[in-house]
Design a protein around this ligand. Structure first.
Ligand code: ADE
Length: 264
């Protein structure tokens, strides 16, 4: 008996996430909490977990086997994965199949935007053990994605990281649309410094301009803060995107201020 659980409301969501996994409870818990849960409740996204083991045809529900050629560890068998993918693709044959693997293309904010605007259905294959049979990759996978140069014991955490960052780009999933527009990495710059109450904390005051109510001054202050943070923490981002004319003026002004500090 094949058991899947599609968590969704009563109108067609913008984006459906389906996770093929041997640990559906892990991913179901993720779909049932926080921002993604709110997006599901508002019918903006849906989340489905498919247990790969449910698609195994033998009575022991085997999903892995020894590697041909010898070696340590086990490899995920192709048949249960093929059956699991086909069952999900019946709903939408154009669904994109993504394999979570440290060998994949590195995931970043641009990729999150591409997935958010360009897709209706994303299927994530989460491998376990030593990996999956190569024929699954060559026959069924559209993209391989990695979340960084380190190896985890399975793809579930990586899939959840991607689903989290993609779904927050869907209008309405976050409290306000503006919150994802000022994110770090939008336009290849880091987000500006944020403050909340109290006005003075451990003798450090909130910058006066943020209390001024002057929207243009606040915009300029935030632009400067964003540029300074990018310059200090991630200067490589200036190689991806050259500073604009406004940014050059701000950076020159900052250099002059630093020079006066060093040579008063
Ligand atoms: N599975 C194991 N490690 C991974 C990684 N770094 N990225 C994506 N999937 C993975």
């Amino acid at each position: 008996m094949v058991r899947t659980q599609r968590i969704m409301g009563n109108k067609e969501p913008v984006l459906n996430f389906t996770v093929l996994t041997l640990f559906p409870e892990l991913v179901t818990a993720f779909f049932e909490h926080g921002m993604i849960h709110r997006g599901i409740e508002r019918n903006l996204v849906s989340g489905e977990c498919v247990n790969i083991r449910d698609f195994s045809c033998d009575r022991h529900k085997t999903v892995d086997d020894k590697p041909y050629g010898g070696g340590s560890g086990m490899v995920m068998k192709p048949e249960p994965l093929e059956a699991a993918i086909s069952s999900v693709k019946k709903r939408n044959p154009r669904a994109k199949v993504i394999l979570m693997t440290p060998q994949g293309e590195r995931f970043d904010q641009k990729k999150a935007c591409d997935f958010a605007v360009g897709q209706e259905d994303l299927i994530f294959i989460c491998g376990r053990y030593e990996g999956i049979d190569e024929r699954v990759y060559t026959q069924f996978v559209d993209e391989e994605i990695s979340i960084g140069d380190y190896v985890m014991t399975g793809g579930e955490l990586a899939a959840m990281a991607i689903i989290d960052s993609v779904s927050r780009m869907i209008p309405g999933v976050l409290g306000s649309d503006a919150s994802s527009q000022s994110d770090s990495f939008i336009d290849d710059r880091l987000e500006y410094a944020q403050y909340t109450r109290p006005e003075v904390f451990n003798d450090v005051k909130v910058p006066g301009v943020l209390l001024s109510g002057n929207h243009e001054k606040i915009r300029q202050w935030r632009k400067t803060s964003s540029l300074q943070r990018t310059f200090i923490k991630r200067p490589d981002l200036f190689e991806t995107k050259d500073p604009t004319a406004e940014e050059k003026i701000i950076l020159r002004q900052w250099c002059r201020e630093l020079e006066t500090l060093v040579n008063p």
